[in-house]
Write a protein that binds this ligand. Structure first.
Ligand SMILES: [Zn+2]
Length: 337
């Protein structure tokens, strides 16, 4: 069963569980735009081999309709994907694509990929020149003697870059790592220090604070409760518990819907396993069940269903749900409504 196609089961799931839930207007706070060529000579990793060779704005708008139905997406926060490839080319592509989308009337906003070795003044200059609204650090750019998924935050987002984000009023979409993500005391301490010292920086913790195991977010979120410049996005999280903890602790205004396109178009889901998590992809998996047939769905559909479950259990109003999908982002990015 291959990635990057819309199956009848996906259409049925959308109709049954999402069509009536989704508001008319969506701002997508987590979208990757890139070309396979930006990976450099090595090409895309196996997981992305089946994705289109060019994921541009038009492709995004067309295929994200598998999750949302047509015409709902009115804007997006976009960044590259080829962190360890030719990221300068990927950044330029994102700036060009979002610029063209803005000319068509979309609220398309670019973020710049930054690495820990980047010169802060160059970053500042680049942000001003090309109009990036934020920064996108990523752990794989950290220089550590151990696997980068153990990296402390400062190893991939050093303080001088937080200073730039503060000075320029930028958003920073952060994908936490270390085993327990938001429940990790070192991550909590650095987040608090950065948020307090750089109040004009707006931190967006991707994947519900990387709550792929919801317990990490449930356990960790209270440690950051009173920070005024902290948001979360929903991207690629397929369990409801982390969303509930964020809304419970911060109120519904700090959670931003994000698809994680093109990850959203892969088929599978992420499940909590013990105190860790596991990405279960349908492609290449042997999916047998003793009790019936197994129909894996697109990651993006799974994530929207988890969000719907959280909204339902917390009894969010229609207006609050509209805020998750648009209003919160509109405030954060000062979009004209
Ligand atoms: Zn992502």
């Amino acid at each position: 069963m291959s990635h990057w196609q819309q199956l009848q089961a996906d259409r049925a799931l959308f109709e049954q569980t999402l069509h009536a839930f989704l508001p008319a207007r969506i701002f997508d706070a987590h979208v990757h735009l890139y070309r396979h060529a930006h990976y450099g000579p090595a090409g895309p990793p196996p997981l992305f081999a089946a994705t289109p060779s060019e994921v541009d704005w038009d492709r995004f708008i067309r295929d994200v309709a598998w999750l949302h139905g047509p015409k709902r997406t009115v804007g997006a926060l976009c960044f590259g994907l080829t962190f360890n490839g030719e990221r300068a080319a990927n950044d330029a592509f994102v700036a060009a694509e979002t610029g063209a989308a803005r000319a068509q009337g979309f609220a398309a906003l670019p973020q710049l990929i930054v690495g820990p070795g980047d010169d802060p003044d160059m970053v500042r200059e680049q942000v001003r020149r090309a109009g990036y609204v934020g920064l996108k650090p990523y752990h794989t750019l950290a220089q550590t003697p151990y696997p980068t998924w153990h990296a402390p935050l400062a190893a991939y987002f050093p303080e001088p870059l937080a200073q730039v984000a503060h000075d320029e009023g930028l958003t920073v979409t952060l994908h936490l790592v270390r085993a327990r993500a938001l429940a990790d005391p070192a991550n909590q301490a650095t987040l608090r220090r950065y948020a307090e010292r750089y109040p004009n920086m707006r931190l967006i913790l991707a994947h519900a604070g990387r709550g792929f195991n919801p317990w990490h977010t449930i356990e960790g979120v209270a440690a950051l409760a009173n920070l005024a410049n902290l948001w979360f996005d929903t991207s690629a999280v397929t369990e409801a518990g982390g969303f509930e903890a964020i809304i419970d602790t911060f109120g519904h205004t700090r959670l931003l819907y994000g698809s994680d396109f093109p990850i959203s178009q892969l088929r599978g889901r992420c499940v909590a396993v013990g105190d860790s998590f596991h990405w279960l992809y349908a492609e290449g998996a042997t999916l047998g069940e003793n009790h019936g047939d197994v129909y894996p769905a697109l990651v993006g559909l799974e994530s929207l269903r988890a969000l719907r479950l959280a909204c339902r259990r917390l009894r969010l109003s229609d207006t609050q749900i509209e805020d998750l999908f648009y209003g919160n982002a509109a405030q954060l990015f000062a979009l004209s409504t």
